[in-house]
Design a protein around this ligand. Structure first.
Ligand SMILES: Nc1ncnc2c1ncn2[C@@H]1O[C@H](COP(=O)(O)OP(=O)(O)O)[C@@H](O)[C@H]1O
Ligand SMILES: [Mg+2]
Length: 143
């Protein structure tokens, strides 16, 4: 099923749940398994939390989330911020790497996204912002 959703919301932590729920509801139109749905929920949660906590450093900014699905059951979500950006993406994506040690960050956000989604692409320009694009194939109806 072809579909498209775009949301823009403030970078406040209560909106993380809103984004996660919206993405999951959108993806559920493809009749994913319970596990696939949980994976998308978790990955979106990690990406949006990163935009709030790291991108905007808890200051107010706008986060955009775009979701789309295609007729072959592929779900794509793009989460972007115009925050501080990431200077070394490869290093940032290493498991356990965090610039927020001591603030209850585990450094596992990108590792979780990569484990739970089929593809994860990160684009970032320091001072300009960060975009995370992830895809997930819904398996049941589309094998
Ligand atoms: N949207 C973002 N804007 C700026 N920096 C980011 C963003 N997302 C991730 N980062 C950087 O990548 C690091 C690793 O992210 P992650 O794997 O989610 O671990 P954690 O959030 O626990 O630090 C963060 O500590 C931060 O330095
Ligand atoms: Mg994180």
């Amino acid at each position: 099923m072809n579909n498209y959703l775009k949301m823009e919301f403030w970078s406040i932590s209560s909106n993380e749940g809103l984004a996660r729920t919206a993405a999951a509801a959108f993806f559920s139109e493809l009749d994913p398994t319970f596990e696939e749905l949980a994976d998308v929920r978790t990955a979106v949660s990690e990406a949006v939390t990163n935009a709030i906590v790291h991108g905007y450093r808890e200051k107010m900014g706008i986060i955009k989330m775009e979701c789309s699905t295609d007729e072959l059951g592929l779900f794509t979500v793009i989460i972007s911020d115009e925050g501080c950006g990431i200077s070394d993406i490869e290093q940032a994506m290493q498991p356990f790497f965090t610039t927020a040690r001591g603030e209850e960050r585990t450094g596992m956000g990108f590792a979780v996204m990569q484990a739970f989604m089929d593809t994860v692409e990160v684009d970032s320009v320091p001072g300009m912002g960060t975009t995370v694009k992830m895809t997930k194939q819904a398996s049941i109806k589309y094998e």
